[in-house]
Design a protein. Structure first.
Length: 221
C-alpha cells in the first residue's frame, strides 16, 4: 500500500531471522527438484499484528542472500474500492465481512503470473486518497513472492503459510499509531468480524507466530 507506515521493531526482526532458516531450507528442497522453482510465502494475521513489518523484515534478510523478493499485499485485492467499502458494508450487513471480500480471481491470476515469469498488473491502494492504483511489475526477475494480508494464507499455490496469533484487541496501540482507518464503533464491529474470519484460517498455517512473537513450527509438508 502506498503511504502505509511500517513500525518495525526488534520482535519483527527476530521473528524474521528465525523464519529465514526455515524458508531457505524449504526453498532449497524445492529447488533441488526444480531449479527454476518459484517459492511463495503467505502471512496472515489481524489488523496491527505486524504482517507488513514481518514481511518487510524477512524480505530484507532474503535480499541479503541474493534472493530477489517481491512483497504484495493481499489487502489491496478487495473487490469493493476503499472509498465505497464502508457504505457497501453498511448496506450489505456485517456478515459480508471476511475472506469473500477479496477478489481471489485477480490475486490468483497475479500469483500464476509470478509462477510463469510474466509481466503483471497488480493493484496498489494509495492510502491518502483511498484509491486503487495499478502497479506494473516484471515477475521474471523475482525469485520469491511474499503475500501478506488478513486472509493471505487462504491463497492457492503457497509453499509456506505463516499465521500471527495476536488479535485486534491486543494491537490497538499499533492500529492507532499507523492510523490507516478511523477507529469508531463501526470500525470496532468490523475488527470483530475480521477476527472471526482470520481465526478460521489458523488451521492452514505451517508456522505460528505466537503472542510473544516466537516462531512455532506447526507442520511442514
Amino acid at each position: 500500500m502506498l503511504g502505509d507506515i511500517l513500525l518495525i521493531n526488534e520482535l519483527h526482526k527476530a521473528a524474521a531471522q528465525s523464519l529465514l532458516e526455515v524458508v531457505t531450507a524449504d526453498r532449497e528442497k524445492k529447488l533441488s527438484q526444480d531449479p527454476n522453482y518459484k517459492y511463495i510465502i503467505a502471512i496472515s494475521g489481524e489488523s496491527g499484528a505486524g504482517k507488513s513489518e514481518l514481511s518487510h523484515s524477512l524480505a530484507l534478510l532474503l535480499k541479503g542472500l541474493n534472493i530477489r523478493v517481491k512483497v504484495i499485499h493481499a489487502d489491496n485485492y478487495y473487490g469493493v474500492p476503499p472509498l465505497l467499502r464502508k457504505e457497501w458494508r453498511i448496506e450489505q450487513g456485517l456478515n459480508v465481512i471476511g475472506p469473500n471480500e477479496y477478489d481471489w480471481d485477480l490475486l490468483h491470476k497475479n500469483i500464476r503470473e509470478f509462477k510463469e515469469d510474466m509481466i503483471a498488473r497488480i493493484p496498489c491502494i494509495d492510502i491518502i486518497p483511498e484509491q486503487t492504483d495499478e502497479l506494473i511489475t516484471d515477475f521474471q526477475k523475482i525469485n520469491l513472492l511474499i503475500v501478506d494480508g488478513l486472509y493471505a494464507i487462504k491463497a492457492n499455490e503457497v509453499d509456506l503459510r505463516i499465521f500471527i496469533e495476536l488479535t485486534y484487541k491486543e494491537t490497538k496501540m499499533m492500529q492507532l499509531m499507523r492510523g490507516k482507518e478511523e477507529v469508531d464503533e463501526f470500525r470496532s464491529k468490523i475488527l470483530e468480524r475480521e477476527h472471526v474470519g482470520v481465526m478460521s484460517l489458523r488451521p492452514l498455517a505451517n508456522i505460528i507466530i505466537n503472542k510473544n512473537y516466537d516462531v512455532v513450527i506447526e507442520k511442514m509438508d
